[in-house]
Ligand binder design. Structure first.
Ligand code: PHE
Length: 417
């Protein structure tokens, strides 16, 4: 199935000379000479024809008229959140390969065009514009990080290209407009889940909050956690900020230590969370840390090590779930990529499958009709649970709480919406 996928799109025109060149194999010299002359004219005429019909210059939505259905994906395949993009991409890839092995969608193979935004601000807008206006994709899948989904969403909305974020949880993502969907829960829910877990299960009274002010996700999740925790009778002992990319958190952690909290809520991404864990323990701040889905990465424990023992975070999926659907997915994923599945890969998989279902139901790849079919999705059986797209184009789904025990993520409990 690999030929259906490419990381960097090449020109459609590139395959033509080889095919036309087949005429040179003729055994009749006369005919060959005759063909040589006409070959030139033929190529020129073909180029003009292709230019006129626009085949060489796809416009928005033209992915439908070719023999494949072009779907664009943008992801952080490299950079500070590389594991997010890689996991999500693998889940996406698995779903596309499965669909294509079963005949594709509407009789056509899905061609996945994946672009790397390098985890960098500004890059998502650039690559999504390219996917829509030069590649002519019919839909966009992405991103994991909310700030990057928020960059791309207005572009998809303007071009009337449905966008499905697999795992961005900030409410603003789908508020961008009626073409923007997600297949995961949102942070008012996730924040409340961790607030109640902290207050009711762990019986914590005073919690400090350390927020990445450069991340829409972090700012939102901090806000919803604080609301939930104070509503449940807890107190916010201290509030400190950092910026994604920072490496030294000693100033913030020293202030937090002075406030003597029972725990620290860190709604950040794994690279900084790992360092914050390390530095807090080095300062003698020996309280557990709590966080959200942004912690989930195979790189978290290698960065934070033993400093993260006994910490908890919420996420969307656990490969330890014993249900047949999860076990089936976890095994397929492990067989193909020789790595364990996680929230991002499972949600990436579900984003493709629900898009394919919507295209089938719409009977076309027309953006407006696919949008309507996505908006009408009810009780779609995903590997991350049943997905019903609500009036705000979000999915209401259970959250999973994991603990870090002996350096591995251990399933603790599932919390229904
Ligand atoms: N929910 C996070 C965000 O919105 C991204 C994320 C999802 C990270 C799932 C890890 C796992 O930015």
């Amino acid at each position: 199935m690999e030929p259906e996928t490419r990381l960097k799109p090449g020109g459609k025109f590139s395959s033509l000379p080889a095919r036309v060149g087949g005429a040179h194999t003729s055994q009749f010299k006369l005919l060959a000479n005759f063909m040589k002359i006409w070959h030139g004219y033929f190529l020129a005429a073909l180029a003009v024809a292709l230019f006129l019909t626009g085949c060489n210059k796809p416009s928005a939505g033209s992915g439908a008229s070719s023999d494949t259905i072009k779907v664009g994906e943008f992801a952080s395949l490299t950079g500070s959140e590389a594991t997010f993009g890689q996991s999500s991409h693998h889940g996406t890839q698995l779903a596309v390969d499965e669909l294509n092995a079963n005949g594709g969608v509407l009789g056509k193979k899905i061609q996945l065009l994946t672009e790397d935004n390098q985890s960098q601000a500004g890059q998502s807008a650039t690559v999504v514009r390219k996917l829509i206006s030069s590649d002519g994709v019919v839909a966009i899948l992405g991103e994991v990080a909310s700030s990057r989904s928020l960059e791309a969403a207005p572009i998809c909305q303007q071009n009337k290209i449905p966008m499905i974020s697999p795992s961005s949880t900030n409410p603003k993502v789908t508020e961008t407009g009626d073409y923007i969907f997600r297949v995961c829960f949102i942070d008012p829910f996730q924040g409340t889940v961790m607030a109640n877990f902290a207050r009711q299960t762990l019986k914590l009274q005073n919690v400090a909050v350390l927020t990445d002010v450069k991340s829409d996700y972090s700012v939102g999740l901090a806000k919803f956690f604080k609301l939930g925790f104070t509503a449940a009778g807890g107190k916010i002992a201290a509030e400190q900020n950092y910026s994604g990319g920072d490496k030294d958190f000693n100033a913030q952690l020293t202030s937090i230590k002075a406030a003597n909290p029972d725990a620290i809520f860190v709604p950040g991404y794994y690279t900084e969370v790992g360092l914050i864990g390390l530095q807090s323990k080095q300062l003698g701040l020996n309280v557990p840390m709590l966080g959200g889905d942004g912690w989930e990465s195979t790189s978290l424990v290698p960065i934070g090590g033993a400093a993260l023992e006994g910490d908890y975070f919420s996420t969307h999926f656990s490969p330890q779930d014993t249900s047949p659907v999860v076990q089936g997915f976890a095994k397929k994923f492990l067989d193909k990529f020789h790595e364990s599945s996680d929230a991002m890969s499972a949600l990436g998989y579900d984003s493709v499958m629900i898009l394919a279902d919507a295209i089938k139901k719409a009977g076309t790849t027309d953006g407006a009709k696919v949008r309507d079919a996505l908006a009408a999705e009810k009780d779609f059986h995903g590997v991350t649970g049943n997905i019903t797209i609500d009036a705000s184009r979000n999915a209401s789904k259970p959250a999973v709480i994991l603990a870090i025990t002996n350096g591995v993520f251990q399933y603790v409990q599932t919390v229904a919406p």
